[in-house]
Write a protein that binds this ligand. Structure first.
Ligand SMILES: *[C@@H]1O[C@H](CO)[C@@H](O)[C@H](O)[C@H]1NC(C)=O
Length: 258
């Protein structure tokens, strides 16, 4: 319990530091970097987004107010799709060239759910594209409706992996009480035939998501699985030990899950 409180305090502090660090002159939309280089708001926000993807910027609680418009355009536009499809192409290339399947029922691949298989962009669109502090109750209400759309290129990869005879393991930071809604939503948009679906139980609530997901991998490996790859949209899905033979991260600058 004390550990949870400490964790929340750390997250809060990180949030305050991130938001006060943004020093943008909205009026003329131009500013300078520390070295004096004059840049546009777009330069600034693109750099913020890139450093989120590089995992240099961590634990942000909201997208900086001056960048929500830029992030919204990116996450709902063509570039995001192009970047994401390039990730999927690398997964396919790896599967076709470097993976030596044994086909003994122990070859496995891990997927995240949110913003890996199912899109939550429609929810965040209504909440200033990550500019509002996350309301877990509101997000879970939205998830309960089971209306999240499939990410089509991920569905293609999912079906390809299934066809290759690899066991599909879904590991999500969604909580256990969302199990029925999550299964309905997945089936409804075309995802079926997974081997297991891990959601966060009450025992996992005091762990970070990274610890919880590494724990699942540990269990899988102890059960003899070879985890060939992970596809996720958060660093917490792919960091920590044990890991997979390869990991692939989709872009997501709407929110950060530690
Ligand atoms: C969070 O969402 C719930 C459900 O939509 C709503 O009742 C509540 O007022 C929201 N809380 C805040 C702080 O906005």
């Amino acid at each position: 319990m004390a550990r949870c409180v400490l964790l929340l305090a750390t997250m809060f502090l990180a949030g305050v530091l991130t938001t006060t660090a943004a020093d943008w002159n909205i009026m003329n939309q131009r500013t300078r970097t520390k070295s004096g280089l004059q840049i546009t708001l777009k330069n600034y926000c693109e750099s913020w987004r890139m450093n989120v993807e590089l995992n240099n910027i961590r634990d942000f609680t909201v997208v900086p107010a001056e960048c929500t418009s830029y992030i919204g355009k990116y996450m709902s536009g063509t570039q995001f799709k192009v970047d994401s499809e390039a990730t999927i192409d690398e997964c396919t290339l790896y599967l076709n060239t470097l993976v030596d399947l044994k086909n003994d029922g122990k070859d496995a691949w891990i997927f995240d759910i949110d913003d890996t298989l199912l899109s939550t962009v429609a929810y965040y669109k209504k909440h200033d594209y990550g500019g509002e502090t996350l309301n877990v109750t509101g997000l879970e209400e939205w998830m309960t409706k089971g209306k999240a759309t499939a990410i089509d290129y991920s569905l293609n990869l999912y079906n390809y992996i299934k066809k290759r005879g690899i066991q599909i393991i879904l590991v999500s930071s969604r909580r256990e009480h969302l199990r029925a809604a999550t299964i309905d939503n997945l089936l409804d948009v075309g995802f079926y035939g997974w081997k297991s679906l891990y959601l966060r139980g009450v025992d996992d609530e005091c762990k970070t998501v990274q610890e919880y997901k590494a724990g699942v991998r540990s269990e899988l490996i102890n059960n003899g699985y070879r985890i060939w790859g992970i596809l996720g949209d958060q660093w917490s899905s792919i960091r920590g030990v044990p890991t997979a033979r390869r990991t692939f991260k989709l872009p997501n600058s709407l929110y950060y899950v530690a």
